[in-house]
Design a protein around this ligand. Structure first.
Ligand code: PYC
Length: 316
């Protein structure tokens, strides 16, 4: 029987499952190299931890690994129901709050190696009466807009979007005509999925022909600067405002002259949670910082019984 200790948290409603054992030996290379080994040889580990019946489509996994970069204290690989993420903003906030809950880190700034680069996460001090610190700012890798105002034909009309990078590839759409609301999840999901299919059909990709696997639909918000629905690669929607998606959005806003360096942008998710984002300019690059809170909610042991016909997880 394989036993994998886990700690689940949620960041603005979006869950993160922290694991660090049970994974096969991924070698001593960079975190990007370790991801290649995990994906190529041991993808069943992702499915065991994340997929039904032990997990769900909504979960994002955070596997703690040893960083190769000596300036980093932590290394992490993020994964979901269908594959791996470059970076994950809500997951990094969840990771830091989880380590604080476990008493393994104290407030301060930590460098974390991810497959797409080093991020810096700052755990803010908790108030005296709080059991653990849970407010985190994540200084992400540089974000940028790759293409602007790309038209996509759907149902005889054209919607437009920007292609931007924030640690994953996003297509950011404003003129979709749908209400960004919890009441409207089926429509938002189906429409976003159609956009993703159309991007593939029309050959619209990120840089280096990388697939655009996250779709963001924006609307107005009375409580924040904007509200968004984000469809993730495995067709689950992000309950959080999406840290990498907000990073991509900030790059587009800056490009359009709508956001100044240091100005706070509040991005609200479709469930109502809010991230604060701002950018810093460094060597001509846009460096986003995303701030939010995470809450631990379950801890225990995942058990993988070799006799269990669905022990490896149900995967399409
Ligand atoms: O917060 O960056 C994020 C994220 C990506 C996918 C789900 N959440």
């Amino acid at each position: 029987m394989l036993r994998i200790p886990f700690l689940d948290s949620h960041t603005g409603g979006e869950p993160t499952r922290l694991v660090e054992t049970g994974a096969p030996d991924l070698g001593h290379g960079s975190v990007a190299d370790q991801l290649v080994i995990l994906r190529t040889n041991f993808d069943h580990y992702r499915s065991q931890v994340l997929n039904e019946p032990r997990g769900s489509d909504v979960l994002v996994g955070a596997l703690l690994v040893t960083p190769a970069d000596p300036s980093c204290q932590l290394g992490v690989i993020y994964f979901n129901n269908v594959g791996y993420l470059g970076m994950c903003g809500h997951g990094t906030i969840g990771l830091m709050a989880s380590l604080a809950y476990q008493g393994r880190i104290t407030p301060g700034t930590y460098r974390i190696e991810t497959p797409v680069g080093v991020v810096e996460a700052t755990l803010h001090p908790a108030d005296a009466n709080q059991p653990y610190a849970n407010r985190v700012s994540v200084q992400n890798i540089p974000a940028y807009r790759h293409m602007k105002h790309i038209g996509i034909e759907i149902d005889g009309r054209t919607v437009h979007g920007d292609v931007a990078w924030g640690g994953n590839w996003f297509f950011l759409v404003h003129d979709h005509g749908l209400e960004v609301s919890l009441k409207n999840l089926d429509q938002l999901t189906n429409f976003s999925w159609r956009i993703r299919e159309k991007l593939q059909e029309q050959g619209v990709t990120g840089q280096g022909k990388q697939e655009i696997d996250h779709i963001e639909l924006f609307g107005d918000s009375p409580q924040a600067d904007s509200q968004s629905f984000v469809l993730c690669p495995g067709k689950a929607y992000d309950r959080s405002p999406c840290g990498t998606g907000t990073s991509a959005k900030l790059a587009c806003l800056y490009g359009d002259g709508k956001l100044a360096e240091g100005q706070v942008w509040k991005q609200q998710s479709v469930v109502g949670s809010i991230f604060e984002g701002r950018i810093q300019l460094k060597d001509g690059q846009i460096i986003p910082t995303i701030t939010g809170e995470a809450w631990v909610m379950a801890e225990g042991l995942l058990l993988v019984d070799e006799r269990d016909p669905f022990g490896q997880g149900i995967a399409a």
